[in-house]
Design a protein around this ligand. Structure first.
Ligand code: ATP
Ligand code: LTN
Length: 334
């Protein structure tokens, strides 16, 4: 707890351009939770270097992501929006937690298996201990809730196990966090292969709508979305392409899938795709305009970066000092 509020922590990697999936599945939920909780939203740039990055590109993307958090509606005066690499406590706690995490546990992580298959030439130790750094992120702020997509559940379970293990040995040091999985837009699928999730690292640019795509690009991608030959707009798993478009439309308009099915009863796929495209544009255009506006105000963003790093550091250090004492590190001489 901070004051009378529970604590929320979440983060996103600054790798690749964010997609509509990232927005509807993650960022949008963050905004709806931001009044109720004391929130820490991190740009997890330390996680990004588990795969090789171009330094200039990483720096640019990290800033773009931080700006996007604000543009999407997170108030940086109320929510702590900051770069992970600006708070050294993340790395320090991660080291300690490494000593309380078993190789066997990390070996089971499906993201590690996926990423090591994808980057076979660079299976580094950071990729392997990635979930420990993630546990440190969360536990450092004594977070109660962690909004994430379903794909991150395994990492969150590990975080809970490590926290409980540590607490069992040293007393109640860490809050054991709960996952928060949003309902609407929980999983947006690829527009080209609706069995796969929409992903920012997809090689086919038509598969994903990027948050910064121009309106005509969004319309074109929606029109080209893969559907089927059933010629009816129904919400069912036998029609994964259409189902995905209904999910997108309902997440953008706030209507339920049932209402959408009724609205488009008897209409063709062509009409429906145009409506989906328009709904997406109506959500993304204001976001893009706000990014544009914020990009003009370098001093404002710089101020946020500095202030929030200090705030994050204050809370991180509180937990870190406690943990260091518990494990037996010598006290500092003042
Ligand atoms: P990558 O393609 O590089 O694996 P990603 O697009 O899967 O990236 P992450 O950075 O792993 O994105 O995820 C950021 C957040 O967005 C996570 O909380 C994740 O669960 C959520 N998310 C990612 N893709 C989708 C999607 N298609 N639908 C809903 N939520 C998603
Ligand atoms: N692993 C997450 C990003 C992430 C995160 C976190 C999410 C790093 N640290 C802490 C929630 C809490 C991802 O790839 N989406």
């Amino acid at each position: 707890m901070i004051g009378d509020k529970k604590v929320l922590f979440s983060g996103m990697q600054a790798t690749g351009n964010l997609t509509l999936g990232n927005y509807l599945g993650a960022l949008k939920n963050w905004i709806s939770l931001s009044d109720e909780y004391e929130c820490f939203y991190s740009v997890v740039d330390m996680h990004s270097i588990t795969v090789r990055q171009n330094p200039a590109e990483l720096r640019k993307r990290a800033r773009a992501l931080l700006t996007l958090y604000i543009a999407a509606g997170l108030d940086p005066k109320k929510n702590c929006i900051y770069y992970q690499s600006h708070v050294s406590g993340h790395a320090e706690l991660a080291w300690i937690l490494n000593c309380f995490t078993y190789m066997g546990e990390l070996n089971r992580m499906t993201q590690f298996k996926d990423k090591s298959a994808k980057h076979a030439d660079n299976i580094n130790a950071g990729l392997f201990t990635y979930p420990v750094l993630m546990a440190a992120d969360i536990l450092l702020y004594q977070a109660d809730v962690v909004p994430v997509g379903i794909d991150q559940m395994q990492h969150l379970e590990l975080t809970r196990d490590v926290a409980q293990r540590f607490n069992h040995i040293y007393g109640n040091v860490f809050t054991v966090p709960e996952a928060y999985i949003g309902k609407v837009g929980a999983k947006i699928m690829s527009l080209q292969e609706p069995a796969k999730k929409m992903s920012k690292s997809d090689e086919n640019p038509n598969a994903s709508i990027y948050l910064m795509d121009e309106p005509d690009v969004i319309m074109r991608k929606c029109k080209r979305a893969v559907t089927d030959s059933e010629a009816q707009i129904l919400y069912r798993k036998e029609q994964p392409g259409v189902k995905n478009l209904i999910d997108i439309y309902s997440a953008c308009t706030g209507k339920t899938p049932d209402e959408v099915v009724k609205e488009f009863d008897g209409r063709g796929y062509g009409d429906f795709k145009v409506a989906v495209g328009e709904a997406v544009v109506s959500v993304l255009k204001p976001l893009q305009d706000e990014v544009e506006r914020l990009n003009q105000d370098k001093a404002y963003i710089d101020g946020i970066i500095k202030e929030n790093a200090e705030k994050a550091n204050y809370y991180a250090m509180k937990t870190l000092r406690k943990v260091q004492k518990k494990v037996g590190f010598p006290e500092r001489v003042r």
